[in-house]
Write a protein that binds this ligand. Structure first.
Ligand code: AMP
Ligand code: GLY
Length: 426
């Protein structure tokens, strides 16, 4: 199998790492990749959103499977263009990727399929949105309808905060057209988990769950980021809750998408709130999370490539994945100043010593080679992932490895996994 991974983050490095273990793999490319994927795959100078160039390359080089990491190329129609060229893509068509690309569409699907979710309304008029907030009161959640790279959600503690978000998204268009319409919804309370399912259009297989730390600061404080760390499995998400979420969230969404003639193929990521009334859907994403993916793949015992092919070929019924009983953790090392203004160019050393710690894998994201040196060239720069007999052991291994890394500009949160380790919840 000749496989092309699309993207350049820690998630894509982990995907290349897992695919490299497959006996089915004969050739691996990554577009555009990073210095970490370069050790496992041939990196291509093609951007992740350059659909025409990706399809042309896949056609010319007889690629058997394309695996897109990020959502943007899927929302823009990469899977459709590949299908037209007769090339398998483990990711949804543009019509099915609207589950992530449009929050109001995702909520519509949730309602039509009877999926438990926060009560919501859709607004195209700022005055009506403000009126609604005044009627409902705070706390309340304001969401830009379109793709906003994690910047489109404001959990407003006060009505003034909600009104400021409406003004920013709709009047000032701080997020461009993504904020032209809004979803405003009820605030849910509980512990948050990310559930991943591999889908073939009709069937879904549980790909594991993780808990992400989205805020930049310890104790889950400060600005939102792409994710500062994750661990798997989250103890609060018992196997019974996972079964319930597969039955009440994932499978109804698949059935609804299929009934509309836009079946969902690929990785469906449900952000869930574990409320007192059971798991409720916060949002769908149409891809793996980053850094959740790095934590999950360390626990996967089955052949990832075989599973992805089964999803593409509609053969997931009766497909079973084996997982390690060990716990895993992924800690992100970011550049000083992230998420606002990450410092670039700092030299990174010690990765070999870090990777030599038992159970540890170091994944690259925003790194770059300058001569024989490795330098930082992004916000989230590395993910240090580790497994252990339990979460405490995994965490100790990850932080021991981080201690071996010499990068003065880098920082990480020291408390990844704290909710599980202290048995506390918000
Ligand atoms: P998103 O960018 O859609 O992943 O949302 C960012 C974060 O906002 C989520 O991870 C939640 O922590 C929070 N959030 C979104 N919707 C709600 C809601 N209805 N109630 C409480 N928190 C929410
Ligand atoms: N870590 C959250 C995400 O990938 O969306």
């Amino acid at each position: 199998m000749r496989v092309l991974v699309v993207g350049s983050g820690g998630r894509e490095h982990a995907l290349c790492w897992a695919l490299s273990a497959s006996s089915l793999l004969t050739k691996l490319w990554c577009a555009p990749g990073n210095p970490g994927t370069a050790a496992l795959a041939e990196n291509l100078p093609i951007g992740a959103s350059d659909i025409a160039a990706l399809v042309a390359f896949a056609r010319e080089h007889h690629v058997d499977l394309v695996l897109p990491g990020p959502e943007a190329p899927l929302v823009a129609g990469l899977a459709d263009a590949l299908a037209a060229a007769g090339i398998r893509c483990c990711g949804p068509t543009a019509a099915a990727a609207r589950l992530e690309g449009s929050k109001s569409f995702a909520k519509e699907i949730a309602d039509a399929a009877g999926i438990p979710t926060a009560r919501w309304e859709h607004f195209t008029d700022p005055a009506e949105a403000v009126e609604f907030v005044r009627r409902r009161g705070a706390p309340i959640v304001v969401k830009a309808d379109g793709l906003a790279a994690g910047k489109g959600v404001v959990v407003a503690e006060t009505e003034a905060e909600a009104e400021a978000a409406i003004a920013a998204f709709m009047a000032e268009r701080t997020l461009g057209e993504a904020g032209a319409s809004l979803v405003i919804e009820e605030c849910l309370f509980g512990e948050e988990v990310s559930l991943f399912a591999l889908c073939d259009g009709t069937e879904a297989v549980f790909l594991g769950a993780a808990q992400d730390h989205k805020r930049v600061g310890e104790g889950d404080t400060g600005p939102n980021t792409g994710g500062m760390g994750a661990y798997s499995p989250p103890p609060a998400f018992t196997p019974a809750l996972a079964d319930a979420a597969m039955a009440r969230v994932i499978r109804p969404a698949l059935a609804e998408m299929a009934a509309r003639g836009t079946p969902f193929r690929g990785i469906l990521f449900a952000g869930l709130m574990l409320t007192d009334d059971g798991p409720k859907l916060i949002e769908f994403n149409v891809r793996f999370g980053d850094p959740e993916c790095q934590a999950l793949l360390l626990r996967l015992r089955s052949d990832l490539l075989a599973a992805l092919l089964a999803a593409c070929d509609g053969e997931l019924a009766d497909f079973d994945l084996r997982w390690s009983d060990r716990a895993s953790i992924a800690v992100v090392l970011a550049a000083r100043g992230y998420p606002a203004t990450p410092a670039r160019g700092g030299v990174i050393a010690g990765l070999e010593r870090a990777a030599a710690v038992a159970g540890v894998q170091v994944f690259h994201a925003g790194t770059d080679r300058r001569g024989d040196r490795l330098v930082a060239n992004g916000g989230r720069v590395l993910t240090v992932a580790a497994t252990g007999d339990d979460l405490a052991a995994a965490r100790a291994a990850a932080y021991a490895a981080i201690g071996e890394i010499d990068w003065p500009d880098g920082f990480c949160r020291r408390d990844i996994g704290w909710r599980a380790l202290q048995g506390t919840s918000e």
